[in-house]
Write a protein that binds this ligand. Structure first.
Ligand SMILES: Cc1cc2nc3c(=O)[nH]c(=O)nc-3n(C[C@H](O)[C@H](O)[C@H](O)COP(=O)(O)O)c2cc1C
Length: 332
């Protein structure tokens, strides 16, 4: 068997497959199913900043309402249904007592001030790492892009200066200069970037004439964006990259590793096939490596990026010239 041993933000993983943060990793049973199937690490379901705010002893309604106006009422209604801040810490302890792979806690946040001290509690509870899912969705036309980017960097800086466990940052790709903000985030102390978060998509129900949630799960086509950016950024920022979104099979995993990802994160595929699917993926990965006569997964990491020798032309090309060549094969 080929060695699948992987280093991710300083943690030792048996293989590069991580169970992504989701409802599956929101219970000890779910986490155990992933680990029993062979997951190299797990990212626990996120603790949402709004819950910390909602259960804060110094609840300042005016500030909260001004910072989370759209979500405020909804969040308050949902509070009882989520793991609160204290139960979440107990959850980390319980998971740690049951599994031996690295356990990465997760916080979904958009401002630093509410939960910096909470990050310390997460560390004390035994988490091996922390993933910050920073999702600020600027809806106001007044918000300046520099302010938005500073917000991200400030959060990372504040957290990494308070705790010593490694911090990964999971974020979306809606930035003008993605490489630049990623670089700032790494300089602020992030040991890994999770590329990318997948936001809920919306649709409109034309009968009810209202917005509704569109598709909950990703499709394999969606891995194009993380694949491109993993190829562009891996090996350049001094941090690990964990590829996320649209990875549904071993081929998808291999592509991300060839692009330079240290690890891959799976969510939709685990919902659709069950956590036991991880065992199948590991077997496929091993078979492929053996067929290629490669003894370690480290031997293929970043190979495709290195092959794209002409300055990454394919990765950089975002206009239609290549597509026109392909399309010319079709008659119409
Ligand atoms: C039902 C569900 C719950 C999720 N919960 C979280 C969460 O609590 N925190 C988080 O960072 N991401 C959450 N995600 C996002 C996933 O971790 C992942 O980033 C996204 O689904 C893209 O990966 P995929 O293509 O493998 O599904 C959730 C996704 C789904 C479908």
């Amino acid at each position: 068997m080929a060695s699948l041993q992987t280093q991710y933000m300083g943690l030792d993983l048996n293989n590069p497959i991580i169970a992504s943060s989701s409802g599956i990793t929101g219970s000890v049973r779910g986490v155990r199913s992933c680990v029993d199937a062979g997951a190299g690490a797990v990212v626990l379901k996120s603790m949402f900043e709004e819950l910390i705010i909602g259960q804060s002893d110094n609840l300042d309604r005016e500030i909260i309402q001004s910072e989370h106006p759209e979500a405020y009422e909804y969040i308050r209604a949902q509070l009882g249904m989520q793991l609160g801040p204290r139960p979440y810490l107990k959850f980390i302890e319980d998971v740690k007592s049951q599994v031996s792979v690295p356990v990465i806690a997760s916080v979904n946040c958009s401002t630093p001030k509410w939960w910096i001290s909470y990050a310390k509690n997460i560390e004390s509870s035994g988490a091996d790492g922390l993933e910050l899912n920073i999702s600020h969705f600027p809806q106001s036309t007044d918000e300046d892009s520099c302010d938005i980017e500073s917000r991200y960097v400030d959060i990372v800086h504040e957290v990494t200066s308070q705790i010593s466990i490694p911090v990964a940052v999971k974020l979306g790709y809606y930035f003008t200069s993605l490489g630049n903000i990623m670089e700032d985030i790494v300089e602020a102390g992030a040991k890994a970037l999770v590329l990318f978060n997948r936001y809920y998509t919306v649709d409109i129900d034309i009968e009810k004439k209202r917005f509704v949630n569109a598709v909950t799960f990703s499709s394999p086509e969606e891995m194009s964006m993380p694949l491109r950016w993993t190829g562009i950024l891996s090996g350049r920022l001094g941090c690990d990259i964990s590829a996320s979104t649209g990875i549904h099979d071993s081929e998808g995993i291999l592509k991300m590793l060839l692009a330079g990802a240290s690890t891959v994160q799976l969510c939709s595929a685990l919902y659709q096939n069950g956590p036991g699917y991880i065992a199948e993926l590991i077997e496929d990965l091993d078979k492929w490596l053996e067929k290629q006569c490669v003894s370690s997964v480290n031997g293929i990491r970043g190979l495709a990026r290195q092959q794209d020798a002409a300055g990454g032309e394919l990765l950089k090309r975002i206009q239609y010239l290549k597509s026109l060549e392909e399309a010319a094969k079709y008659e119409y």
